[in-house]
Design a protein around this ligand. Structure first.
Ligand SMILES: Cc1ncc(COP(=O)(O)O)c(C=O)c1O
Length: 383
């Protein structure tokens, strides 16, 4: 492992925690039953899914496991929340207006684009230079035909946390559903559906030390029934047909249990490492800029605009580090990141911006290496 680059891309994905691997392994081998089968194999699998559901519910302070639907991903959870709610509420004559922000993950943006194509009215609110949505802006955006507001909890590029309780005060008063994409938060931030005031909440396995390909959607009791997007065998309370990904679900449950009990200690350690890295870089590189609110942000996230080097040049110059330019969830394009543009960066500044993501297994030595490599890569060699 030692000759591999230092991994600083925890907003792209997290490694699977060894304890999570251990928990899921039996469900890849001996306990292979289909939870819908009524024999012993099926009952064992169904019991494991039930335990995982209870653990996920406990992580987010849900009233009960019946409020959790397992999905294949964050993308699917967002899609089910937005499309399922929008279609159901329009059919019930409640309205066709959706409000979201300019900095949502592409999973939400693209779902909203599709809904707009299907005749829904979509408002995308701007955020301030600190990456946060002003609740007053939401008050002005909603109207009698607004059925749904979707605002992410923590941004995957700049790490900014949104003022969800204040936003919930606006939606609650008007009987509007509030969805949040909390993909990035649970490993280091307390996520409590009542404290946040949300009706729908997206969770993603591979951002919280479970594998890729599993997610969950929290649906508050009493929420009007969402229109299922996958129909078939009636699994997941009829909301998401398909045989359950039992090993993935067990893994998500184990990861949720670890996050519930360890997120606060992880957060403190990770925040200290982040502050050390930021301190070392700002001291050595005058003109370096931190993007997004420094107070309301994921403990492990640094979005940094370098004074002279582009992200591409920095990545080439530091093969010993694994980090991202913008967001790895949708990299490959050359257009400036819409999130960075939304907080006011010019295309040139966006091109000089990198994302460093610190996580559960990052060590102090990793931070020392990262600071040295980045400073060396950006400091002109003296003749
Ligand atoms: C904030 C956010 N939402 C949604 C997703 C999509 O999750 P998935 O990759 O499981 O589809 C990601 C990451 O990819 C994310 O960072």
């Amino acid at each position: 492992m030692n000759d591999r680059p230092v991994y600083l891309d925890h907003q792209a994905t997290t490694p699977v925690d060894p304890r999570v691997v251990e928990a899921m392994l039996p469900y890849l081998t001996s306990e292979f039953g289909n939870p819908s089968s009524s024999h012993a194999y099926g009952r064992t699998a169904a019991a494991a899914v039930a335990t995982a559901r209870t653990r996920v519910a406990a992580l987010i302070g849900a009233a009960g496991p019946d409020e959790i639907v397992f999905t294949s991903s964050g993308t699917e959870s967002n899609h089910l929340a937005l499309t399922g709610a929008a279609q159901a509420l329009r059919a019930a004559g409640r309205g066709d207006h959706i409000v979201t922000t300019a900095i949502e993950h592409p999973a939400t943006q693209a779902t909203c684009d599709r809904l707009a194509g299907d005749g829904f009215r979509v408002t995308r609110l701007p955020v301030g230079p600190d990456g946060r949505l002003d609740p007053a802006g939401l008050v002005h955006a909603v109207g009698p035909d607004t059925v749904l507001v979707s605002v992410m909890h923590a941004n995957n590029e700049i790490g900014t946390l949104q003022p969800l309780p204040e936003l919930a005060a606006v939606t609650r008063e008007r009987g509007i559903l509030l969805h949040t994409d909390a993909a990035q938060s649970p490993a280091t931030v307390a996520v409590d559906v009542d404290a946040l005031g949300v009706d729908l909440l997206t969770l993603v396995g591979h951002k919280m030390y479970a594998p890729k390909g599993v997610g969950a959607l929290y649906i508050r009791r009493g929420t009007p029934a969402l229109r299922p997007q996958l129909v078939g065998g009636g699994q997941e309370h009829g909301l998401r047909a398909a045989t359950e990904n039992v090993p993935g679900i067990v893994a998500l449950g184990a990861a949720a249990e670890i996050a519930r009990t360890e997120h606060a200690t992880d957060a403190a350690r990770i925040r200290a490492l982040r502050d050390r890295l930021l301190g070392a870089l700002t001291t050595a590189l005058p003109g370096l800029r931190l993007n997004g609110s420094s107070r309301h942000r994921l403990p492990g996230n640094l979005s940094l605009t370098f004074p002279s080097h582009t992200a591409d040049r920095l990545m080439t110059a530091t093969p010993g580090l694994a980090f991202s330019a913008g967001s790895a969830c949708h990299s490959g394009g050359t257009a400036p990141s819409p999130v960075l543009t939304a907080i006011g960066l010019t295309p040139d500044e966006a091109a000089r911006t990198v994302r460093l993501g610190i996580g559960r297994h990052t060590t102090g030595a990793d931070i020392t290496t990262a600071a040295e490599l980045l400073v060396t890569a950006t400091t002109p060699v003296r003749p």
